[in-house]
Design a protein around this ligand. Sequence first.
Ligand SMILES: *Cc1c(COP(=O)(O)O)cnc(C)c1O
Length: 476
Amino acid sequence: MADQLSGAGLAAASDIPSLDRLLNAEALRPALATHGRTQVVAALRRDLEALRKRALDGGVPRHELEAAAVAARTSAALDEAARPRLRAVYNLTGTVLHTNLGRALLPDEAVASVLRALTTPANLEFDLDTGGRGDRDDLIDDLLCELTGAEAATVVNNNAAAVLLMLNALADRREVVVSRGELVEIGGAFRIPDIMKRAGAKLVEVGTTNRTHAADYENAIGPRTAMLMKVHCSNYAVTGFTKSVGVADVAALAHARGLPATVDLGSGTLVDLTQFGLPKEDTVRETIAAGADLVTFSGDKLLGGPQAGLLVGRADLIRKIKKNPLKRALRVSKLTLAALEPVLQLYRAPEFLAQRLTTLRLLTRPMRDIQPQAERLRGVLAHAAGPSYAVEAVPMFSQIGSGALPIDQLPSYGLAVRYAGSGRPGRHLDRLETLLRRLPVPVIGRIADDALWLDLRCLEDRDEAAFTAQLAEPLA
Ligand SMILES: *Cc1c(COP(=O)(O)O)cnc(C)c1O
């Protein structure tokens, strides 16, 4: 051992090459060309420092000091640091609108529009007819009105912002009457009572968790009441002995006292989903027609567009909202508007919607496509996972997600992976889940009931070859 330490295989600190020599070495050229001198110098310093420390601690194998070896370590470190943090993944969770995976995917038309808005000047707030200053809302408000039957519309950063803005603009220091059955918390800290407080409005809860009657609303109306508000029970369902008051009745009660009725519709859809074989969800148009004076909804849930909060309704209320200073703070960027307009345009031709709107295409993807795909991919995954696991193609249920229709499930097909060895499967399933998550394009599934489930609804046929390619070798 002592012999080895002082032997020819080990280098001392004095053998470590200088920074200048390395920077001029042929082996460092590619790293310099890719990452630039600033980053390469910093990475080299870190590498040389680590070598020096090890040399003083006992020695470093000589080959590790060669320029090629230093260059390889430096490039690997810099490549790793340059890897995008926001990465593409395969969403095989079975939840189509998965908030943690970015919700709706944009259709091609919207992507092209965003690209154009990003790379060329555009008439964002410039009136091309008059040559004067324009309003960015003008770009989409007539489309929104056409598609919802509303008098006026505006758009902000997301639906939480839309609710905050609406409450602040119409109910600051006044009361808002909401049913106890609708005081929802949406994931990620959106709670109606908290938003209400931040908006400066006072919440007046009426009814009970499971039952609210018209008289409850009526008795709560007083001189300080600003509005009656309904909130979509996005991510839960109240079942059993229940009673709630519909939009039409709440609106009639509000109007009889000269108050507006507002609805936070959550997901909000612009078309009757039953025509696509999906469960019924009240459309924005139906909610307006039922008497709602103002409706808010998200851009990136069932609508299938970019993150945005849409407000539609009575012209006088929208005008008031647009004058509120919060509107400026919550306004959308040109990217949002560029993405939203082509998505809304697609709704003008409902015949093509299920093909052209990505979200709807995924939600309506037929079993005749998903099941054979599961059977094709069964062997691919079985080979990649190795003999410790059993892979089966099985029926399963997808969810729409993002709080839309929480109890309705969509028949789907996919792969169920179980541990084939003896003993408890948990650790082995976790290991496989981790390996899939560490692939160049991570594969995200879910573990439940002692199996790893990969729902193939969102793996469209055009992506299948790339998916298969990264599973060609057994997972290490
Ligand atoms: C999702 C949701 C929100 C929040 O919408 P974001 O667009 O995510 O801000 C608010 N209210 C309801 C009822 C929702 O379902």
